[in-house]
Design a protein around this ligand. Structure first.
Ligand SMILES: NC(=O)c1ccc[n+]([C@@H]2O[C@H](COP(=O)([O-])OP(=O)(O)OC[C@H]3O[C@@H](n4cnc5c(N)ncnc54)[C@H](OP(=O)(O)O)[C@@H]3O)[C@@H](O)[C@H]2O)c1
Length: 325
């Protein structure tokens, strides 16, 4: 019987159980993937803890993985048993040896991309693609602020920003993470435990501040991030690591300089098959050219998903983490 992580109540990592499951069969338009590697993402902490609702309990967890197609449902075109594929927006349940998903959420993997790299970079890399290339198309020479620069999304952003010729200022919690971000192409880092983020951005930009802030920290950095922006700058609030931003009086955007704010998600950008394929194509090119390397700095067995969650939630991880079935 294939194994999977399930949870029947929301809460801490201890709610995650490693259980035997029936072998599921794909329905019309679906494929079944035998996972070889599964990506770990912060969003799964929101689902597990109840910050984001799940469709029902008990529930599976995880939307990202890479593996081999081992069954194909009726009407599926473009995928056959034996194909190497990856996916990042599947229904919850990728923390499993096998996962069923709509075929249009999967992409054929180029030979050059191995399963672990795919699982480590699909969701995070596609996120960086839309953040730096679509939400605010970053131009060569621009200085940008990116929080959690040594994290999974963060290290990919450092590399992608450098490839674009931009100067990424990354926030980090300590010197080791600062070194890591710099090694991956950050132009400067700010250790937010010891330094004032706004003052450092002012110094680093010669008083100009930045045209865009990419903020996944949420509640704790909302106002700080707004204060780092130039007039008419864009605040991209794309995560809730310290809790969601709520109760905002939009007058603050006027007071702080006629600012713009957006709260984007991958689902809102990879919302059609052509857009999804174009974004994957760009990501795979960045991987093939070596501009972006997957930094898989933590590997856990699938059975150890709870321990993986503890590490990610406590800020102990750097780069990407994969679960191995
Ligand atoms: N909207 C979207 O489309 C989208 C897609 C993917 C990810 N995201 C968001 O992007 C963020 C990064 O995701 P990820 O999976 O790559 O995680 P990650 O960045 O690897 O891990 C989170 C990092 O946040 C920092 N952090 C700051 N305050 C923290 C706190 N109180 N507790 C724990 N960590 C704290 C830590 O780095 P330091 O130690 O340096 O502070 C930590 O390593 C998450 O908020 C996620 O939800 C959004």
């Amino acid at each position: 019987m294939p194994k999977a992580i399930r949870f029947s109540r929301t809460g801490g990592p201890e709610v995650l159980e490693f259980l035997d499951m029936d072998t599921p069969e794909p329905g019309p338009g679906e494929i079944r993937v035998s996972n070889r590697a599964i990506g770990l993402n912060y969003i799964e902490i929101y689902f597990r803890s109840g910050v984001y609702p799940v469709p029902g309990l008990p529930s599976g967890l995880g939307t990202e993985g890479a593996g081999v197609v081992d069954a194909v449902g009726e009407g599926v075109t473009g995928f056959a048993v034996g194909d190497r594929v990856a996916y990042a927006q599947a229904p919850l349940g990728s923390y499993a040896e096998q996962h069923i998903l709509p075929a249009d959420k999967a992409i054929q993997l180029p030979e050059s991309v191995d399963f672990e790299t795919a699982a480590a970079t699909m969701l995070k890399g596609l996120t960086v693609q839309y953040l730096l290339r679509q939400t605010y198309p970053v131009k060569a020479g621009e200085t940008i602020l990116f929080h959690a620069a040594a994290g999974g999304v963060g290290l990919i952003a450092c590399q992608w920003a450098k490839a674009l010729g931009a100067k990424l200022i990354g926030t980090v919690s300590g010197p080791e993470k600062a070194r890591l971000a710099m090694d991956h192409g950050a132009w400067a880092t700010i250790n937010y435990k010891e330094e004032d983020i706004v003052e450092r951005v002012r110094e680093l930009t010669g008083g100009d501040m930045v045209p865009v802030v990419y903020d996944s920290i949420g509640k704790d950095t909302w106002e700080t991030s707004l204060d780092c922006l130039q007039k008419r700058g864009l605040m991209v609030s794309f995560g809730n690591t310290t809790g969601p931003v709520s109760g905002v009086n939009i007058g603050i955007l006027n007071q702080k300089g006629s600012l713009y704010v957006t709260r984007p998600s991958l689902a809102g950008y990879a919302d059609t098959r052509p857009r999804f394929e174009a974004m994957c194509g760009e990501l795979f090119e960045m991987l093939a050219s070596g501009d972006i390397k997957a930094d898989i700095n933590q590997r856990f067995s699938l059975a150890d998903a709870a321990r993986a969650h503890e590490s990610l939630a406590s800020g102990q991880t750097t780069g990407s983490t994969v679960l191995l079935p």
